[in-house]
Design a protein around this ligand. Structure first.
Ligand SMILES: Nc1nc2c(ncn2[C@@H]2O[C@H](COP(=O)(O)OP(=O)(O)OP(=O)(O)O)[C@@H](O)[C@H]2O)c(=O)[nH]1
Ligand SMILES: [Zn+2]
Length: 329
């Protein structure tokens, strides 16, 4: 073989390992049958190995095909179904292919657990649902969910509930400098701004237990009947014991993917610095940082400090960004 060919094959070996090309040369149809003629579906919930899917407007229950990984299907996935897709009582279809995801929202159970868990696929927006009181807002948790959103390239929105109990001013001050949109609700409040933000998006709702997430979802999705209150009538336990997310169609277009209330939000899977890229202005300024700069307040000669000093960057924006970065530690 001549020079250039040899170089290319060496590069391939380096990246993919030696036996990879041989496996690839097997007929493609044997490894991946062509499923493109099968109906597409959206996975709306998962319960004990059963995947509840929507094919157009039809609910179909499916099991996982043999070639699909045990953890390979999550709520929000677009899949192809084989077998019986009538959705008739007692019928089961089979998920044979998971289509490429545009986004994946992940969390780890807690930061001691480095195992990352994908929880929702294909969301383009994330509502961080936070009560202004009862339970009191936890800035640390908001920051961690923000970090997960920026890391996944999903647009975060802060949705503040229970404004009848406390003022949103402090949280506005903390998050407006980051450019996070803020919506405020209370019982009976006009939800027009919330509906407008949701229209035509796939929005995942994340919130601590008890913040009023189900109450809000029930107002937004007629017939959603999400269980509200502390205790589930079904299980006698808190509703947070349910483990799956649930996708619901909005009346005017778009989807809400509600997730069970969480008590913590682990982000051990997110690398420090990976969120800088979500802030165009900050990444541009940070190009002048010394190599390996952590951009925190102790970082020597961080270009972000210079930018504040000479007025190119608002101090409040840098402070908010750095507070969020501290969520990692
Ligand atoms: N004062 C006030 N109470 C609210 C508001 N929204 C919800 N609540 C109450 O807060 C409690 C919790 O509401 P839920 O909607 O069940 O909260 P959740 O976030 O779904 O909680 P989990 O089921 O644990 O995930 C209920 O008693 C609601 O009636 C609000 O805007 N103001
Ligand atoms: Zn820096």
């Amino acid at each position: 073989m001549g020079g250039p060919g040899r170089v290319r094959s060496l590069r391939t070996d380096e990246h993919e390992g030696f036996d990879r090309p041989r496996r690839r040369s097997r007929p493609r149809t044997k490894e991946r049958p062509d499923y493109s003629g099968l109906p597409q579906a959206l996975v709306v919930s998962i319960d004990r190995g059963r995947y509840r899917c929507l094919v157009n407007d039809r609910h179909v229950t499916a099991v996982r095909g043999r070639l699909i990984d045990r953890k390979g299907i999550i709520v929000g996935d677009r899949v192809r179904l084989d077998g019986d897709t009538t959705g008739d009582e007692g019928t089961l279809a089979r998920v044979v292919e998971v289509l490429e995801r545009s986004t994946i929202l992940r969390r780890s159970a807690d930061d001691a657990d480095t195992f990352e868990r994908p929880i929702v696929a294909n969301a383009d927006q994330l509502f961080i649902v936070t009560a202004l009181a009862d339970p009191p807002p936890r800035v640390g948790m908001i920051d961690r969910i923000l970090v997960a959103a920026y890391d996944a390239r999903i647009t975060p929105v802060l949705c503040l509930t229970k404004a009848d109990l406390a003022s949103p001013d402090e949280l506005r001050e903390a998050y407006e400098p980051l450019g996070v949109p803020i919506l405020v609700t209370e019982p009976g409040s006009d939800l027009a701004a919330v509906r407008e933000a949701l229209a035509d998006h796939s929005t995942v709702f994340i919130g601590h237990s008890g913040v009023g997430k189900s109450t809000l979802v029930n107002r937004l999705v007629p017939g959603a009947s999400r269980a509200t209150g502390e205790v589930s009538e079904l299980t006698g336990k808190g509703r947070h014991t349910s483990t799956s997310a649930l996708a619901m169609a909005l009346p005017d277009g778009g989807w809400i993917i509600d997730t069970p209330g969480v008590r913590s939000f682990g982000i051990s899977h997110v690398g420090v610095g990976s969120i800088l890229g979500a802030f165009g202005d900050l990444s541009e300024l940070a190009e002048d940082c010394p190599r390996g700069c952590r951009h925190d307040s102790t970082a020597p000669e961080c270009a972000l400090d210079d930018a504040v000093a000479d007025g190119r960057l608002a101090p409040s924006r840098l402070a908010s960004f750095r507070r969020m970065e501290r969520a990692f530690t």
